[in-house]
Design a protein around this ligand. Structure first.
Ligand code: SAH
Length: 342
């Protein structure tokens, strides 16, 4: 059975080359061909010997994802639906910003965490993505872009919980940020968002240099456990301790994501509680007005409520950004477009 070569780290390919009697520096050349030159066929890697090309083709494929749908929103964001080889669907969003573009990638088909407000959670968990499938979202979309050098930022904020697919995510991130042989993204421009799988947070700081974002969404355990069942296992105090222990690079901060939901977590008392809770941390806060969908009973708060919440945090000297989900007209928020196709 042939496997996608993107599922292997450069070190794994080095080991494989070595056991086949090939010099290990060839691994760098192979990676360059795949990630920088977007090669689709080992046969065209003319800087490698015919024999090595044949050996590679006997063991590996270089696959692409099957694009089943692309929708472009009024705000310019582009939503892709990809079909995996087993028929499962995932979604990826390309978000143009002023001077660059950001890609939001998925790391699981579905999600097991069961957050009450999240569309992805509603169909449950199907499977982890392989590292090849995670990388392919970036590689394939970059290949399609008129101006690929604009794509500088990656957020792991699509479908699934990245820290619940730890090994594949770390392997993918390491290839995405390999400055010599991989896709050459700067680690400081890659952000992983987690609902708070505490034991993996410290590991992430050890195994990668990416930014950490925490989906906090509530400032007290009762509300958070109701919205996010993962909080029962990994409650707020321990989560914030894990954040404090996260090795922050100079001039970096942890991103706190807070989805504002009417009548649930958006009062001025909530804002004050949040301000108190975050005091020991170096953070910036992203407030995300709830993105309504389907028959779900959760609602976005009124404009004034959102502003009042923000103002309290600003008065406490936090950096606060209100992030409206991009691509609302094409259902680009977390699992919604895939859900329409199911
Ligand atoms: N599992 C990871 C990443 C996927 S969710 C995590 O929890 O961080 C990415 C972000 O989308 C999270 O901050 C989540 O709170 C937010 N989100 C999910 N559904 C949403 C909705 N309907 N409206 C607004 N934000 C939503």
């Amino acid at each position: 059975m042939l496997t996608d070569i993107k599922n292997f780290s450069i070190d794994q390919i080095k080991t494989w080359l070595e056991t086949n009697g090939v010099q290990v520096y060839r691994a760098g050349q192979i990676f360059n061909q795949i990630y920088l030159h977007q090669a689709d066929d080992f046969n065209n890697m003319t800087n490698l010997s015919k024999e090595l090309r044949r050996l590679l083709a006997q063991h590996y494929t270089i696959s692409r994802l099957e694009k089943v749908k692309k929708s472009i929103s009024k705000d310019g964001s582009e939503k892709y639906i990809f079909k995996l080889t087993d028929g499962n669907l995932i979604e990826t969003v390309l978000i143009p910003e002023k001077n660059h573009a950001t890609i939001c990638i998925s790391c699981q088909v579905g999600c097991a965490l069961g957050c009450q407000f999240c569309r992805t959670a509603q169909n449950g968990f199907i499977r982890n993505l392989t590292s090849g499938e995670i990388i392919a979202q970036v590689r394939d979309i970059r290949q399609e872009m008129d101006n690929p050098q604009r794509l500088t930022n990656i957020v792991l904020m699509g479908m699934g919980e990245p820290l619940a697919n730890y090994q594949n995510v770390v392997k993918a991130v390491n290839t995405l940020t390999d400055r010599h042989f991989g896709l050459q993204f700067a680690s400081r421009r890659v952000t992983l968002s987690t609902a708070g799988i505490i034991p993996k947070i410290a590991l992430l700081g050890h195994d990668t240099n990416v930014n950490l974002a925490i989906s906090l969404n509530a400032a007290d355990n009762d509300t958070r456990s109701r919205l996010m069942p993962v909080n029962r296992k990994y409650p707020l105090k321990e989560l914030l301790n894990a954040c404090r222990g996260f090795p922050l690079k100079p001039r970096r901060r942890i991103t706190i994501e807070y989805v504002l939901i009417k009548g649930i977590n958006a009062s001025t008392a909530d804002a004050h509680r949040l301000a108190r809770l975050l005091r020991p941390l170096k953070v910036k806060i992203n407030l995300i007005p709830y993105n309504e969908y389907g028959k779900n009973s959760f609602q976005r708060p009124e404009f004034d409520t959102i502003q009042a919440f923000r103002e309290i945090l600003v008065n406490h000297h936090y950096t606060v950004i209100i992030r409206h989900s991009k691509g609302r007209d094409i259902s680009a928020a977390c699992g919604q477009l895939r859900a329409q196709l199911l």
